[in-house]
Design a protein around this ligand. Sequence first.
Ligand code: PRX
Length: 632
Amino acid sequence: MGAYQDFHQRSLKQRDAFWNEQAALIDWHQPHTQVCDFSRPPFAQWFVGGQTNLCYNAIDRHLVTRGDQKALIYISTETGQEKTYTYRELYKEVNRAAGMLHTLGVVKGDRVLIYMPMIAEAVFVMLACARVGAIHSVVFGGFAAASLATRIDDAKPALMITADAGMRGGRAIAYKPLVDEALRLAQHPPRNVIVVNRGIDKDYTPVVGRDLDYATLRKSHAEVNTPVTWLESSEPSYILYTSGTTGKPKGIQRDTGGYAVALAASMKHIYCGNAGETMFTTSDIGWVVGHSYIVYAPLIAGMTTILYEGLPIRPDAGIWWKIVADHKVSVMFSSPTAARVLKKQDPAYLTKYDLSSLRHLFLAGEPLDEPTHQWISDALQKPVIDHYWQTETGWPILSAVHGVEKTPLKMGTPSFPVYGYDLQILRESDASEAAADEKGVVAIMPPLPPGCMSTVWGDDERFVKTYFTSFRSKQVYATFDWGIRDKDGYHYILGRTDDVINVAGHRLGTREIEEAVQSHANIAEVAVVGVADAIKGQIPIAFAVVKDSSQIATREQQAAHEKEVMDAVDKQLGAIGRPARVHFVNLLPKTRSGKLLRRSIQALAEGRDPGDLTTIEDPAALEQIKVALAGG
Ligand code: PRX
């Protein structure tokens, strides 16, 4: 693997020259004067002095060469709708939406909170924010009112944009009542909410004076052209909240120029997606994969992007492959959970459609087990590339980089550090580099490359403290993942070092779920752990101590209480965080200093040895966990 190794080395050793070349992949209004300013570590600024705009790069610059090419294909198997927008049509829609933002007083630097299902308008408004220099904060539609309120209060948006409802598996899910509730709970509610009324929620009622109808505004801005607001490269493009060790989600702040360059370069070198071709990413716009690889990267690359609202197995398990065949998809991006779901279905679906256009399938978001990697590679007869990254980085950290060299793929590994990343596996004890095949913490030597988070929104100190203080002797970025590098240089990710769990590719903090469980009035204490699951990767399981045990005296009462706790989580956090089981115990295993022994609980729940228990306060607590797990 000489060519790729050289490429990677060059990206680190001749950093400025390397990224200078990559910067030419996008259009700049003003060229940069400095490639990287790392004078205030660990903060890095990329393409200093350069001025650009994400929306301009995603749309405007393609108008002359590909104005009539499809830019966005919206497919909903929930409503049966399918709609195509050419680059010119997308330009018009985004200009209209940007005009609405202007009319409502949104200016550069204002935050706009987007809480929307997978509909084309969600893409329009994200790009419209980018166009006018507003900072969007998209919140995944699965989050409940209280979670939404926390994010509103942190981002303090000038405007919110939502829809009456989403749909999942044929069922309507009302969005607007959740927004109403969140705005009641929030300390910093915005003046207005734009609502896309899809006509799904028959009970939809706008709040007079606050809620504005998207279609009406669109009509009054039909012919509006909204000029691009040029941003200095380091100015923020968006905030995306993600879970960590504490109950309070962090607003990952992304820059503009570095992100655009990183995405453009990744399309060329990693995803091998060419202008005029089609990309299909099956994520949701509420996650980082949706931001980067449904919306921005494919459009920056001049590709057609597919926005799919629906399940992978409805109307049947062939739907994704039908989309690939119908739209001649050449690059596809999905998740290991989706692959495991498809593995359970009739394999005939994978051979029913003409997949000749498909070059690669990329999978990310959670560990891809070797058997699933092997199965889907064999079934598709295409390279399936496992690649590893985070909300924080915005684009891949570990991957095969087939645009540079077709290195052989090994099953169960996301291959090698991507160019730009000086990745090391460090021993937890002293931050020294682990040997081949030795487990350590996956760390990145700063500066983080372009496109990665610039800080935590509104909290520089939290950025430094959270990510750069894991090791006393070295200021390095900790991914909070365990990893191993084998003797051939392939990397394996072995799960998180912190209390973050990954449920079907959705990243959740166990602390967040614990707080949601505690919103139930009868819960005194709780421990939530992620337990291995054959389909979802991990599922949350809760062990709770009740205040009043007379309420759970009988098995029936216990079952009813368990359901109530689950409902409380749905209401507080959202159904994505709902524990698969809530076991009631009298005490929780803790150290003598009062720290929950989550890893021991998790080990027991997975049928493993609970490990070193010398610090446990009361061994009876572990016995209770065992009894609860055994159904006692
Ligand atoms: O633990 C790693 C896991 O997902 C985390 C990041 O999740 P999120 O911020 O939602 O970003 C997803 C972007 C694709 C990581 O810290 N993870 C992600 N990809 C992989 C993975 N674990 C193993 N293998 C992967 N390919």
